[in-house]
Design a protein around this ligand. Structure first.
Ligand SMILES: Cc1cc2nc3c(=O)[nH]c(=O)nc-3n(C[C@H](O)[C@H](O)[C@H](O)COP(=O)(O)O)c2cc1C
Length: 190
């Protein structure tokens, strides 16, 4: 029997994305974004509140990177979602994380996170209901340690954080239970 829960954000899992961009002076800032998703083969959409430091930086620099946060850097990832560069001058420095400029886009890559998407700003989506940032994914880099023998990212080596918006938990999962576009094939044959 199902119970009514009222309004809850009932999508699980949610990602834990580290979105980084430079300000006008080349200073690094980054934030934690759960409301983000691949929205085409080469595009990503992030729902970032207008006026947040990262939003302002993307507007100024026209580029950003999106990293997958992992278990080893949960403290830093969470901090990037609590503090704002609008009020904390040394927000990024406080994390102890390291960043260098992408060779593909005008945005910083945070060394410590294992997978990063290098993105160019395509557009801002602003309506009464959403504040979205759409980016073109120009390239993806991944640490060799998280790649399988075919050079693909192996989730079981990634330890990527998963956000649970029901109870505000961080989880980690790398258990493979099936193959997409395959697990449902027996029902095609009925
Ligand atoms: C787990 C988690 C997920 C978050 N997801 C989002 C999000 O999807 N969009 C958003 O605008 N803010 C999100 N936030 C809040 C921002 O990360 C927060 O406002 C941050 O201070 C913005 O930093 P900035 O102003 O330096 O860019 C999230 C925070 C946490 C802890």
């Amino acid at each position: 029997m199902k119970k009514d829960l009222g309004l809850v954000q009932a999508v699980y899992p949610m990602p834990v994305l580290m979105v980084a961009a430079y300000d006008e002076n080349g200073k690094v800032n980054a934030m934690n974004v759960a409301w983000g998703q691949i929205c085409d083969d080469d595009k990503i959409i992030l729902f970032i509140g207008e006026g947040k430091k990262t939003w302002l930086n993307i507007k100024a620099s026209k580029a950003f990177t999106v990293s997958l946060a992992d278990r080893d850097h949960m403290k830093e990832a969470d901090f990037l979602g609590i503090a704002t560069g609008n009020k904390m001058e040394d927000k990024f420095e406080r994390t102890g994380l390291h960043a260098k400029k992408s060779d593909k886009v005008n945005a910083p890559i945070i060394d410590e996170f294992p997978v990063v998407m290098e993105c160019e700003l395509l557009e801002f989506l602003n309506s009464d209901y959403v504040s979205g940032v759409v980016g073109k994914i120009v390239n993806v880099k991944a640490e060799e340690a998280v790649l399988d023998e075919n050079g693909k990212v192996d989730p079981s080596r990634l330890n990527a954080l998963i956000f649970d918006q029901f109870r505000n938990g961080y989880y980690v999962s790398g258990e493979k239970v099936g193959q997409a576009w395959n697990a449902g094939v027996p029902l095609m044959r009925k």
